[in-house]
Design a protein around this ligand. Structure first.
Ligand code: ADP
Length: 472
């Protein structure tokens, strides 16, 4: 990249004000235009100044040419002294004249005036103009050739210094340029005022945003907002709508969580009070068993809420993710439920893949996902049922939990992933958070969760398909 371009970039970043940047570019443009206009004015002014004085010079050459007589090859110049005096009379410029014969011999006028050799081809009577250096001066010369029979033509020329022309050029230039010294700064000032006026809607927008309540996420009106800013505002409004939805969901979540916590807590309180009033140790024991069950529910729910909070906190950052081997992890998660399965007379099997299955993820969250799925299978499978936890090294690594339990009706298979959603008539203890956690963790790992009927046409099969380790 060229240095100039780099410098321009740096200059751009030096401005954090849009107004400043626009003004800077306008100023640069104005200065360039100004420089161009000075050059053009000079050209035009010197042309204008030259024309009338050139015409006078031409008249003077004609006058001198009229004093030259060529008769039968002889050339004579008949210029009286008085006429020469009139010719040379000029207040500001020095006037020179010269008449050269066919052999370039001086017939009249100034000897040293630069001359041009007489050509063979010329148009008689045509008057030409040229610029010359004469001593320390620059001069303008008008000249013509007069025909001589049988010889080269006579050269007649009149020259003058440039004082009058320079003075007129200067006059024209200052007449045009000097007002610009006032006009250009005035234009910049007016532009600044205009632009400042143009950004007033932004100040209004700023005031409106400042005066808002922190909880007010209603869209900002785009009325009176310049069309350049409107897309930005629309995007901001979209963010506000999403934030608002999020806030509503968070509030609903807190309310639901509080409600869920309330049930086991009330149970805990009631059963404790009842136990305290019991005298019979057997009945006290039975009450305490209820207390233990409520405490277990409470601890399970708290664990789930924590898992959800952790999954949400990881969202976007995927902090602590690394390559993991799923076989070992799934075996552990399955074994953790073996006692519960045996107690319910359920056959719990684990089908390991015959090769390592690697995915990128968080060990804590993936253990939580597996544990929730096996927990559900044990919970919703009646005694003498079967549960199989399976890992498949397919194109995409797959973790499956299949049971022969009550199954999930097809119309419920989407909704069961919502937070606190429980299928109506579910008689087991639960919060409705298990599958929501599974879905959240799967999303974090860019995995897909899918529910279908078990392979025997009943029960439930939950399948989690992971991206391959290098694609995650
Ligand atoms: P919870 O089990 O605490 O109610 P989940 O989010 O884990 O909450 O499950 C939501 C609902 O999905 C459950 O109430 C249940 O009706 C249904 N469900 C989940 N897993 C299974 C399963 N393996 N078999 C049958 N139904 C299930």
């Amino acid at each position: 990249m060229s240095n100039t371009l780099l410098r321009f970039r740096r200059l751009r970043y030096a401005f954090d004000s849009l107004l400043g940047e626009i003004l800077m570019w306008i100023l640069i443009l104005l200065l360039v235009l100004w420089a161009l206009s000075v050059i053009m004015t000079y050209q035009v002014a010197s042309n204008i100044a030259r024309t009338p004085y050139d015409e006078l010079l031409v008249e003077e050459v004609k006058a001198v040419a009229n004093t030259v007589r060529t008769e039968g090859g002889r050339v004579r110049v008949n210029m009286p002294r008085a006429a020469e005096g009139v010719l040379r009379a000029d207040a500001r410029d020095k006037i020179y004249f010269q008449v050269l014969g066919s052999k370039s011999e001086l017939l009249a006028g100034d000897k040293d005036l630069p001359w041009v050799a007489q050509p063979d081809n010329y148009t008689s009577g045509e008057i030409l103009l040229r610029d010359e250096d004469f001593g320390a001066d620059e001069i303008r010369v008008a000249y013509t050739f007069l025909p001589v029979h049988g010889a080269k033509p006579v050269l007649v020329q009149v020259g003058e210094t440039l004082n009058k022309r320079t003075a007129l050029t200067g006059g024209i230039i200052s007449g045009v340029i000097v007002p610009q010294f006032v006009i250009v700064p005035l234009a910049v000032l007016l532009m600044y005022l205009g632009l400042s006026q143009g950004v007033t809607p932004l100040h209004r927008l700023q005031d409106e945003l400042r005066s808002r309540m922190p909880t007010d996420l209603t869209p900002i009106s785009t009325e009176g907002i310049p069309s350049e800013i409107r897309p930005l505002l629309t995007a901001l409004n979209d963010v506000m709508v999403r934030l608002d939805e999020n806030l509503v969901a968070q509030r609903r979540f807190i309310a639901d969580a509080a409600h869920q916590l309330k049930t086991p807590l009330t149970g805990l309180k009631t059963q404790t009070e009842l136990a305290l009033n019991e005298a019979d140790p057997e009945r006290v024991r039975s009450r305490l068993e209820h207390v233990a069950a409520s405490a277990e529910n409470l601890s399970h729910l708290t664990r789930q809420l924590l898992a959800l909070a952790k999954a949400e906190a990881t969202m976007g950052s995927r902090e602590g993710f690394h390559v993991l081997e799923l076989n070992g992890m799934a075996r552990e998660a399955t074994m953790a439920w073996a006692d519960r399965a045996i107690a319910k007379n359920i056959e719990l099997a684990f089908d390991e893949a015959d090769q390592p299955i690697n995915v990128v993820g968080s060990p804590f969250l993936l253990r939580e996902l597996m544990s929730n799925l096996v927990d559900n299978a044990v919970k919703y499978t009646p005694p003498h049922g079967q549960i199989t936890v399976r890992l498949l090294p397919e194109r995409y690594p797959v973790f499956e939990v299949e049971d022969t339990g009550i199954g999930v009706a097809p119309e419920e298979r989407e909704r069961v992933f919502e937070r606190f959603y429980r299928v109506l008539g579910t008689q087991r203890d639960g919060s409705g958070l298990g599958l929501a956690i599974v879905k959240e963790i799967a999303d974090l790992h860019r995995a897909r969760v899918h529910i279908e009927s078990g392979s025997r046409g009943f029960g439930t099969l939950v399948r989690v398909s992971f991206p391959r380790a290098k694609e995650a």
